[in-house]
Design a binder for this molecule. Structure first.
Ligand code: GSH
Length: 257
């Protein structure tokens, strides 16, 4: 994928999507999947993982990714902001269920998967707290102060992270088994909603797709594949068959980043 620099992108109108360039970050892949499912076009803009990203900060007030900026509107960065933007700008079936109870469940699952203290957040803590996690050669430029401050990294949060991941994986698997018994392959009702895309993309964090479908640097594949026995036990096969179906049916493969 070809990325514009922040300096180039700032001058353009339209929708610009800041992404951690050349790697499948779960939040970034989720944003891309949600926008694409709603047929929303965007121009990719480069963020450097764990870097200072001063030019990005000067433009948006933020240093991480993803960030969606439409024309002169305020930057949108959380999974919910990006989903609402995709709903507003896009076309085709909505990714948000119309039924209020189903909508509450969808919003709840997406919060559990993508939100602060959720599945992805806890996986990041678990990775940052593990001695065997590998860094890329560029690690010397990492702004570790920003990382620990922004993502709540401390001994207590690192310690509780695996149990939060396990609880969320079990809840998703329970829902998928119920849905299967009712004749549906989707998390909510009988069709795609945002939380299906969120689980599929965040599952890369614990079980990457094969290199032909999702290339990634070796160090990253190793980090993302590593599971303690407790985490491996919570990764019910139904979670992976769901994500495979969502990727093949609703997200373009191979992933391009
Ligand atoms: N803004 C997102 C979270 C985004 C996020 O956690 N981004 C991480 C993905 S690992 C990131 O950019 N990490 C690299 C960095 O901070 O430089 C949200 O609030 O939902």
């Amino acid at each position: 994928m070809k990325y514009l620099s922040v300096a180039e992108a700032r001058k353009l109108p339209g929708l610009r999507l800041v992404l951690t360039a050349h790697m499948p970050g779960p939040w970034g892949e989720a944003a891309k999947a949600v926008l694409s499912a709603r047929n929303v076009q965007f121009v990719p803009v480069e963020q450097t993982a764990m870097g200072k990203n001063d030019d990005l900060h000067a433009w948006t007030g933020m240093r991480n990714a993803p960030i969606a900026v439409l024309d002169e509107e305020p930057p949108q960065s959380t999974w919910l902001e990006i989903l609402l933007l995709a709903e507003r700008l896009g076309s085709g079936p909505s990714l948000i269920p119309a039924d209020p109870l189903e909508r509450a469940l969808m919003m709840g699952f997406s919060t559990e998967i993508c939100g602060q203290d959720g599945f992805g957040w806890s996986r990041r803590l678990e990775l940052m707290g593990r001695g065997t996690t590998r860094n890329p050669p560029s690690a010397g430029n990492f702004d570790m102060q920003r990382m620990t401050r922004s993502y709540g990294v401390n001994d207590a949060t690192i310690t509780r992270a695996p149990s939060r991941m396990i609880g969320i994986m079990k809840a998703l698997a329970t829902q998928l088994h119920r849905q299967k018994a009712a004749g549906s392959n989707y998390l909510i009702g009988d069709r795609l909603s945002a939380c299906d895309l969120h689980w599929a993309t965040f599952s890369l964090f614990v079980s990457p797709l094969p290199p032909g479908e999702c290339a990634m640097p070796d160090f990253m594949r190793e980090n993302y594949t590593h599971l303690t026995p407790e985490l491996a036990a919570a990764l019910d096969p139904i979670l992976l068959s769901h994500r495979d179906l969502i990727f093949h049916r609703h997200i373009r493969l191979p992933l391009d980043f």
